[in-house]
Structures are given as C-alpha cells and as structure tokens.
Ligand binder design. Structure first.
Ligand SMILES: NC(=O)c1ccc[n+]([C@@H]2O[C@H](COP(=O)([O-])OP(=O)(O)OC[C@H]3O[C@@H](n4cnc5c(N)ncnc54)[C@H](OP(=O)(O)O)[C@@H]3O)[C@@H](O)[C@H]2O)c1
Length: 299
C-alpha cells in the first residue's frame, strides 16, 4: 500500500463530495478536504478547512502546511452561462488559481490532478480522444483550456488532467443539483420539459468518475485522461432513459433542437469522450447507465 497525503479543493461540490467519501474509506490516504463553506458536506474519514483558492496566499499556505503528495483540484466556476457574463470572476477561479496551485505543487514536489471538461472541444466531431485539438465555443471552455495549459506549462512532470462530461448522481448533501435530479423533479410534478436532440454527451455517474480519479492517485499516472460514462447519446435520449428507468411519463419530454433555446453561452453540439485509454491504463470500468440510475433515490 502506498501512503498518500491528499488535499482536495472544491470538496463540497458534486465531484468533491463523492471523492472525499471514497478517499476517506482508504486507510492508506490522509485526506484534507477544502471548500468555501465553513464545514464539510462529506462523509468518511477526513480533515477539513475552509479555503477559497482565489486567495493566493491562503492556497499556498494550505499546501505548505499540509505537505500533500497529491492535490486534486475540483474547485471551479461551473455555471456555464455565469462564466460567459462574469468573465473576470471565472478566470480568477478557473485559471489564475490553477496557476497558483500548480506552482505550489511544483515547489513541494506534489502531484496535481486538474479536473477539466468536454467543453474544451467544439462539438463538431465528437466523441473525442485525449489528443484531439481543443477549440472551445464558450468562455467556460476557454477558461478550462487555459487551466489545462497552465498545468502543462508550470514546468513540472507530476500532473494529470482529467476531462469529464455531464456528471450526475449528486448526493443530497452536495451543494448543487444535476440534470437527473432536475428532470426527476419536473416529471414527478407532471411538468413538461423541452430537451435537445442535437447535443450529444456521455452521461457520467459521479461514482464512476470518483473511482477513476482514485485509480489515477493509486497508480500514480500522469498525462491527460478522459473519464466519463461509456454510453454516448443525445440529451433527449438520456432524458427518455431517465423517465423509463423511474417509471415516469416520457411523453412529457418534448424533442427540440438547440435553436429553440436562447442561452447566454453557446453549447457545443456533439462532444463526448472516448475512454479507451482509461479503460486500458487504469482499468476504469464505468457501470452501465441504467444500472447507475436505478441506484439514485427519487427526490
Ligand atoms: N458537473 C459536470 O457535469 C462537469 C462536466 C465536465 C467537467 N466538470 C468539471 O469537474 C470539476 C468538478 O465539477 P463539479 O461538477 O463537482 O462542480 P460543482 O458541483 O459546481 O463544484 C465546484 C466546487 O468548486 C467550489 N468553488 C468555486 N469557487 C471556488 C473558490 N474560489 N475556492 C474554492 N472552491 C470554489 C464550489 O464551491 P461552493 O460549493 O461554495 O459553490 C463547488 O463546491 C470542475 O473542474 C468542472 O469544471 C464537471
């Protein structure tokens, strides 16, 4: 067993909460969760301290004090429309803070695992391999691409970039909802919804994503990895599958195309990720979508 001291940022988010629960069950990991709130929302054995990663001095100090062997950066501004309108705040969290973390990791010899997104791609010819050329269509995607570059350019070899896509499976204690919970609430209330047929993704259960990240820690792998669900489908088909799995009225879901919506930030059409590298090198095995959905409690 290899002992690791792991500092996680953004620990109260969708991925962070799941990841802390998973890492905390491993006796070989000493885990420090950090987030903007005063207290931790996660279960399992871990320490917690409040940390806003944009406060550079605090971020540097936290890393210096804890002396992690691995930092996992789950903190980000993830509201795609807000990133478009509040660009300065987005850049501060999604890019500037990542530069600080990378520099500090380099200084103390820690590894950095940086979370990234399918939105670095333009969605014209997905799903994508790790070495496909990024070409983001919105500011969120641009900021995440810049964060990837900041990690690569920091001048140390000990980094990994994990791109993921359309994550669901939020625990009730996490500080946010997700597409599945949102849809279940609407359909359970008998409300109709309009869902796009021309945006394609791989829905990713947060449990699978956390397990993939843990494998990266355990196997000490570096480079870019795509970690997502294995099934690639339109948002409309995803919604249909959710309704069927939960015995809800799929007739309430109306198929539309993206032109129907006027969203602040453009969404890439067909993204999605090819996970062959993670399957081969990490033995990453995401469970089938319906199996994962069945484990989610109805809100
Ligand atoms: N969810 C998806 O579908 C998806 C898809 C592709 C990629 N990703 C990537 O996966 C990573 C994790 O995303 P997620 O789904 O877990 O997002 P999330 O639920 O929105 O969590 C992000 C966390 O970051 C925290 N945060 C924001 N600004 C911060 C700051 N200045 N200092 C410290 N913490 C800060 C938030 O804190 P508060 O709780 O205080 O708001 C939140 O807990 C992100 O890098 C995201 O870009 C997610």
């Amino acid at each position: 067993m290899l002992y690791e001291r792991i500092l996680v940022t953004g620990a109260n988010g969708l991925l962070g909460t799941e990841l802390i629960g998973l890492l905390g069950r491993h006796p070989e990991y000493d885990v420090l969760a950090t987030g903007r709130s005063e207290t931790s929302r996660s279960e399992g054995s871990h320490g917690y301290m409040p940390l806003d990663i944009t406060a550079k001095r605090d971020a540097r100090q936290a890393i210096r004090d804890f002396q992690p062997t691995v930092v996992i950066n789950c903190a980000a501004m993830t509201d795609v429309d807000r990133c478009e309108t509040d660009r300065e705040a987005c850049w501060k969290v999604n890019v500037d803070a990542v530069e600080t973390l990378a520099r500090q990791c380099k200084d103390i010899g820690a590894r950095l695992i940086q979370l990234s997104t399918d939105f670095v791609f333009d969605g014209l010819d997905g799903p994508y391999h790790e070495d496909a050329r990024p070409n983001p269509v919105n500011f969120y995607g641009k900021s995440k691409q810049a964060a990837e570059n900041a990690v690569r350019k920091a001048g140390f070899g000990k980094w990994a970039i994990v791109r993921t896509v359309l994550v669901y499976g939020a625990a009730s204690r996490a500080n946010r909802s997700d597409f599945v919970l949102w849809l279940l609430e609407r359909l359970s209330a008998g409300q109709s919804v309009r869902i796009v047929t021309d945006q394609w993704r791989n829905p990713t259960c947060v449990t699978d994503l956390a397990e993939g990240v843990e494998r990266l820690v355990q196997r000490r792998r570096g480079g870019v990895f795509h970690l997502s669900g294995a099934e690639w489908m339109s948002m409309y088909d995803f919604a249909q599958t959710i309704a069927e799995t939960f015995g809800l009225d799929a007739g309430l879901i109306q198929p539309v195309d993206s032109a129907t919506f006027r969203q602040t930030a453009e969404r890439p059409a067909k993204t999605g990720l090819i996970i062959l590298k993670a399957q081969t090198e990490l033995d990453y095995r995401p469970r089938p979508l319906r199996e994962r959905l069945r484990k989610i409690g109805r809100p």
